[in-house]
Design a protein around this ligand. Sequence first.
Ligand code: G4P
Length: 529
Amino acid sequence: MSFLKEIQRRRTFGIISHPDAGKTTLTEKLLLFGGAIQEAGAVKSNKIKKGATSDFMEIERQRGISVATSVLAFEYNGIKINILDTPGHKDFAEDTFRTLTAVDSVIVVIDVAKGVEEQTEKLVEVCRMRNIPMIVFINKMDREGKDAFDLLDEVEQKLGLKVAPLSFPIGMGYDFKGIYNIWEKNVNLFSGDSRKDIEETIEISDLASPELDKLIGEKAANTLREEIELVEGIYPEFDKETYLNGEQQPVFFGSALNNFGVRELLDCFVEIAPKPRPKQSEERLVKPDEDKFTGFVFKIHANMDPNHRNRLAFVKIVSGEFKRNAPYLHVRHNKKVKFSSPNAFFAEKKEIVDISYPGDIVGLQDTGTFKIGDTLTEGEILNYKGVPSFSPEHFRYINNADPLKSKQLFKGIDQLMDEGVAQLFTLELNGRKVIGTVGALQYEVIQYRLEHEYGAKCTYENLNVFKACWVEPKDPKNDEYKEFVRVKQRFLAKDKQNQLVFLADSSFSLQMTQQKYPSIKFHFVSEFK
Ligand code: G4P
């Protein structure tokens, strides 16, 4: 197959949701359709149910599974689909944000009973800011939940989306009878016996057909006809271009657990979802069909076995063909590197591949040379944008608890930060090190991993910080900036990229500082230029 055809047939996306909405179940059903797995239950959820560290460690112990579920690939109707895993747990939100830099589109899963939840709001906001095309899947229609119109309203209000329903439920919960497929203009009836393999559905091609009355009863049939009329009256018709620009979001209803409504979602997805999209680098826009290979690291997975400290760096291919054993430029190090055993991902396995194409993800063995955001090219100096750090929510001093192991501690901290587990800030005043994280869980993870992988021990000390703000002076030489640096020295730190960060201790003090130094900009994200 030609290079261009390989690009055309790739769809790389992420499923985002609040924990428990059904992301794992949906992923599994998509894989079943692709024939990539034979039975339900094969995809292990890597969610952390109780938020306990022991769960995290347990998951990490099952490394095979969690590495493999980072990328799940399968073929469906000649289309190569790559699903990138996005942890739903809020303590790992940053991991998800970074993964969103590597997807070309997303599917948002919403629980029909719970509606739009907190994590969904945050993740959708990130996608909206980047104009990532989104499809919404309203799940668990076999359970009692909110009225479909109310939900569509909620999705528009809370998520700021403009919806175009492409399917509509017939009843719900106990009375769930099926869905009307607006996209294909037919009705699929729910058999409701919770079979977990692929369902056979009955199709009716015309809503006006008396056949419908026979199947679901006159009352339900009339309600459906009225509802569809209403949908057509209220919501704009689906427009592919508008969806691809991130300005309209098609909505599907279904029940992932019962594999109902999933085929409709998948069929529509492969038809409308974007193929690999161009990506902006600091230097220029790079198109997938360019001859030369370029790609960037969006995730690093550590091997927690201390005897094999190899890590796996996940690279999204943006342009050209990635070939095994070809020399590529590690732009940040300005060094050529070769990869003798790049991994590609299929369903739950990974395999060594000779060649990969734009849209694909390759896993590269790494002994500590990569960090998140690194770019690989065939020689061009390019730096991909858009793998930013966000202001952490928690801040603690990290102290060395075993003076004989300080070298190990620093190495461990350094590598864990490169993996994106947390962020390190070094105080300007006294050089003390502060670890910032999105969730409190990460502190235990870091402590555990430093001990088990690096043989180092650490303790923490609380530090009162409200937000880390990356400082952008209008002119680093003006008096206002000099005064800021002098007066606020106690609150200033450098991040790992040596950028200056203001650690504001309260929202009030941040406001005061902003007022006092109006020429300085304070950003909650590390990438602002
Ligand atoms: P997540 O990855 O988004 O966190 O959610 P996951 O798929 O693990 O689903 C969360 C729970 O919701 C699971 O139940 C799952 O079986 C259930 N679920 C998913 N889709 C549907 C659906 O369409 N209908 C109904 N009724 N339930 C659904 P659990 O009891 O937490 O886990 P399990 O023991 O069943 O695996």
